[in-house]
Design a protein around this ligand. Sequence first.
Ligand code: ZN
Length: 426
Amino acid sequence: MIGSGVGTRSWIGLGLGLLTASAIASSAMAADCPGNPGALGTSRTIVVDPREHPLIGTMQYRETLPLKDHEVVLTFDDGPLPKYSYQVLKMLADECVKATFFIIGSQAKANPDGVRRLVAAGHTVGTHSMNHPLTFDRMPIEKAEAEINGGIEWTQAAMTDPSALAPFFRIPGLMRAEGVENHLISRGIQVWSADFPADDWRHVSSERVYQLAMQRLEAKGKGILLLHDIQARTVAALPKIIRDLKARGYRIVHVVPATADRPATPTEQVEWLMHPPSETVPIARWPKVPNFVFARTDMLPAPALADLHTEMPRPVALSRHISAQASAVTLPVPGRDVFDIPEKSLAVLMASSSRRTATRMTSAEPAATPLTAAPKNGKSKGKTRAKIAAAAPRGAQPAHAANAKRPAQANVTRPTRVASLKKRQQ
Ligand SMILES: [Zn+2]
């Protein structure tokens, strides 16, 4: 549909400009949304191969999705929770918007129909662990694997066709660790961070969620927006976000995984960078793009995401912990409390899934579940992974140790874990 807009532009002449072209594209989109001629719509679908680009989202990684200016990918975490997820689904359906949902296994187990509805509506469904522990950065890899498998198993169990599950994973709380990333990469699973959150898991107003979403999007001009479909404030903010996206000329992009019958959308390597060098950027600023980016990411301070009310260029701080093992492709882990589930929303979780027990929250042994763990893809030792593995040997978790020493993390209060909250509530 965007293609048709661009195609049209080629014959309408230079004088009409981009605005006209995007208006044509918008009307083409609206025509595809029955009953809502003013719909935001979904401008295009991109097919991604996790093995070619295993780590995405500039909040933590060097690469992000190959979006053009003013293109946005909506993502929703932690559902499905009928009370709120179904309202989000309705809003997206009314606007013909396709998004990506990262499912918690225990939620899928409690609300399998919610997963089926997401798939039936044409959204992309990935996973977000079994129980959402905020300890992926320090748990043994076996435990992380059990959490990953549990989420996959229960989400697939809820699906009519298990192959509908995308090999996309978002680490709870974005508590990344190289061991976890390498494990996911070895299975052909793409690790999704984000380009900006809207703080909708915090105790802020829906107005604030809307403001943050738009401010941060405007600062970057495009990217992956991280939201949660289990929060009342997100449900309340979404209509305003959608309205503003439309008003400011943003376009929604739907992301799906490559399959044997569906090859990845052809892209240039440079398109996977948030701000690749271009003719409009003085070349002197980009003497050596890869080195520049590597050096910059390696030395960034731990981002205080809570304070990122506006996007500003981060100061480059000298790192005292540069080592051969420090990841060259990742940013530091965000503050530990960033994605903690507030107790209030946990009460909602509890109310909707009372069958779950605290015991299960803390022990996600694959053998304890009735389903067979099946790695998504066991033959994915691409050169990208080999490169990453060379920089950080599998099993080693240098980021963990480095984080412990990082001053910015020293005063961060350790979040209350979901499991301990549940125990307390029983
Ligand atoms: Zn989450």
